[in-house]
Design a protein around this ligand. Structure first.
Ligand SMILES: [Zn+2]
Length: 355
């Protein structure tokens, strides 16, 4: 394919190309990572698409999306923000007339679930693990109660929220939910507590593809505020046991099975370092170790890409803070203003307003 023809145009360009892609699949299994490009629909295997979002304040599609074209309908993985939902719906519409019937929220965060109402207006039903509703009740008090919640906070920053509303998922599963038309099979399942208390993944056993939501990211995108890092390490074992060959992460490029090991190795190393350098220290002294831990982790080539840089969107201090709390039961002493701002900027990019 020539450089000036995008992969999406290539895919939309004709059945000859599509059947070539299908032949490649037959010969070689799912198309490997490395051909993907942020903002472009990427054919992972026949009828299965991945779309890499951008974790930036002004982006339409923030989280990564996937969609599976079944015989009679389309299942979308993650609703994204409302602007992202509209973008993904238009991309699906350029490929198929089949109705978009389901939008699966991998978890409750705004960048994955705030587009639900847009999907409802397109005829789809938002689907999620029951834990997503429990988390929404905890944080979306503006919907469930009269105090402003995260939606209202995020609406101050994102105009696309002001033209729509929060729509909690209404088809719920407590363990798993299976879509199977004989040709394609997608198993939605809750592997355990990780990024939140209501995460679920989409497992495609025939193609050995897993869409992980933010249970696994590929880059410095981990937000840990609503989850449990210790349990997350264990939950990643459950996801690894599926035996995926292709891992479509919640943020960052899609990858191979090794990305699950890398994400897990990052959290293991973080827990080891915080345990060794901070756990015996009082909160006021412990926070002085953050930069030393950052440097140590950056020196580990396998996990260096998970360690954020100092600056506006630096999630690292809040990751250290969370692990310190989990290990000691104590709150870390107030972070510096720089860290305070960075922590909120990082949270905001996950659709969490300034909460
Ligand atoms: Zn996210």
């Amino acid at each position: 394919m020539s450089d000036n023809v995008s992969r999406r145009e290539f895919l939309a360009g004709g059945t000859a190309f599509l059947s070539l892609a299908a032949e490649m699949e037959l010969l070689a299994g799912p198309i490997p990572a490395g051909m993907a490009e942020a903002g472009k629909a990427d054919l992972v295997a026949p009828d299965i698409y991945f779309h890499e979002g951008q974790l930036a304040d002004n982006a339409d599609a923030v989280c990564n999306n996937g969609w599976i074209v079944f015989e009679d309908y389309v299942l979308v993985i993650d609703a994204n923000f409302p602007a992202g939902a509209r973008l993904i719906i238009s991309k699906i519409r350029s490929m198929t007339d089949k109705p978009i019937r389901f939008a699966f929220d991998t978890h409750h965060h705004g960048d994955h679930a705030y587009g639900n109402q847009v999907y409802v207006e397109s005829g789809a039903v938002p689907v999620a693990h029951t834990g997503v509703i429990e988390e929404m009740k905890r944080y979306e008090t503006g919907y469930y109660d009269d105090k402003p919640g995260r939606w209202e906070d995020t609406a101050k920053e994102r105009a696309d929220l002001r033209t729509t509303r929060l729509k909690p998922p209404s088809v719920l599963f407590s363990k798993d939910l299976i879509f199977d038309d004989g040709k394609h099979r997608v198993e939605l399942m809750h592997p355990g507590v990780a990024h939140t208390h209501g995460d679920a993944v989409a497992w495609l056993p025939k193609e050995r593809i897993v869409f992980t939501g933010d249970v696994c990211v590929n880059g410095p995108y981990n937000y840990v505020g609503d989850g449990d890092v210790g349990k997350w390490v264990v939950t990643l074992d459950a996801v690894k046991e599926l035996g995926a060959k292709i891992v479509c992460t919640g943020h960052g490029p899609r990858s191979m099975a090794s990305v699950l090991d890398d994400q897990q190795a990052f959290f293991k190393a973080l827990r080891e370092q915080v345990g060794a350098l901070m756990a015996e220290k009082a909160p006021e002294d412990a926070k002085g170790q953050i930069e030393a831990i950052r440097e140590t982790l950056k020196g580990n080539a396998r996990i260096a890409r998970y360690v954020s840089e100092r600056g506006a969107n630096d999630g690292f201090p809040s990751q250290v803070e969370k692990v310190y709390e989990e290990l000691t039961g104590k709150k870390l002493a107030a972070l510096t203003n720089e860290h305070h701002f960075a922590r909120h900027a990082h949270a905001r990019s996950h659709g969490l307003g300034w909460a």
